[in-house]
Design a protein around this ligand. Sequence first.
Ligand code: MSP
Length: 515
Amino acid sequence: MTDVGRTLDHVSPFYITTPIYYVNDAPHIGHAYTTVTADAIARWHRLLGDETMFLTGTDEHGLKVQRAAEENGRTPAEHAQLTSQRFRDTWDSLDVAYDQYIRTTEPRHHVATQELLTKVKDNGYIYKDTYAGFYCVGCEAYYVEDDLGPDNTCPVHEKPVEWLEEDNYFFKLSALADELTAWLESGAVRPDGKRNEALGIIKQGLDDVSISRTSIDWGVPVPWDEGHVFYVWYDALINYATAAGFGSDTESFEKWWPHVHHVIGKDILRFHCVYWPAMLIAAGLQPPKQINVHGYLLLGGKKLSKTGLTQIAPADLTGTFGVDGFRYHLLRDVSFGPDSDFSHEGMVVRYNTDLANNLGNLLNRVATVVGKKCGGIGPTPNPESPLAAVVADAYAKTADFWDKMQPSFALDATWDIIKAANVYLEQNEPWKMEAGSPEVMNVMGDAIEVLRIAAILSSPALTSSTDEIWRRIGLEGSPADQVLPGAAQWGGYPGGLEVEKGAPLFPRLKVEENS
Ligand code: MSP
């Protein structure tokens, strides 16, 4: 088998990040979509043997947090501590295996922010001026009048914006259009439609942007001018550099930074695909290697929102679908890039088709027939099996799609082997074969080998059920500890292991009862 995963453009080490979430919001399935996607991609890279670092965390400064804290009778620090924990708990409950959880209130982040922005200033890209404009506290952003909705409302939050006037430090974004265009044209932003959107922003003309505030003090202080704090977005973006070691561990930063891959929603494209690379270039640092931009998860055609009471917490769904069922839905049903409407019914259908009927059924058949016809001991696969070629082809596609950050297509390709194994069993009917015959041993050795490989390839999505499949077919350790592509080569199941028949891993759901 060719080494597909490694011939594509990723290199070890691999550094992947989610946006850092605003602490004032409760974690919902939109946040979970980004985080589970990044987690699955990190898991895929660990399978490839890449030294992987996966970062998530919380964005804790700014007016929004300061006000929410006041409303709750807490200090901003107390408020941030409590609300940050909700994200951490949610990610833990969803089997999100982050390597670092950054909080922007950490001292190391203050140091990194001050150091990076001082470099930008020393390089001549920061100056002082007065700013007046419409400000949305929800977005923590200024708006020009043309972008506002009726009655001066924020286009995102549909709430009135405020008029703010203050002395600000400005970042000379306008001076960096050529560098940004070159970076975007090098293919750093995916998918292409989102890269074109970023190019469009630059073509419209870039204004300098305000990067400090005097109206609040809940932020990272501007080191050269007391009374100013950096505007929350500029401190927030720097989290990715802080966690890599900027300002605290140069060796670590140099190791990880050239390999950074951001995963973000399209709502924050401008900050990530225009302002952030510009700041890095102005500081004399490398702009991000890659930014992957996905669409919105919608409910009834609208973005999930607190004001519209359309937020769904992951825990509302994991009770019915299990953590793996929930993760699988996000990764398989939501194509990375376009917007996608959330549907409970669609989720039930996907769960029943792919997990209960295909994977669950294959496991159940293997355990039952091996129990009855092979003395409960898993046979070795047949080197000449027709399924070997199906697996090789599916592996190549799976690896290619994970590499292109397209989990839904990757999982679809992996399911080809599960479906092929079920068809193979139906065609050969091993349940009708003579117990202990070479025929039944061959067929069951092949089916069990498909289960082994499918468990490895689907482990980035199905974290605990693939461990259970592994255990039931008698293997030690975890599918997540295997190394690709070698582990996906046909013939890896050693045979002679006890196979256990357990309760259905994915009990079928009834559409009526769960919608
Ligand atoms: N704090 C900023 C990000 C700073 S990163 C340096 C922020 N936070 S947020 O809490 O609002 O999270 C935004 C991210 O959450 C989106 O970019 C997206 O990844 C995810 N999503 C929030 N709602 C979503 C949907 N309805 N659908 C898909 N993703 C969603 O912006």
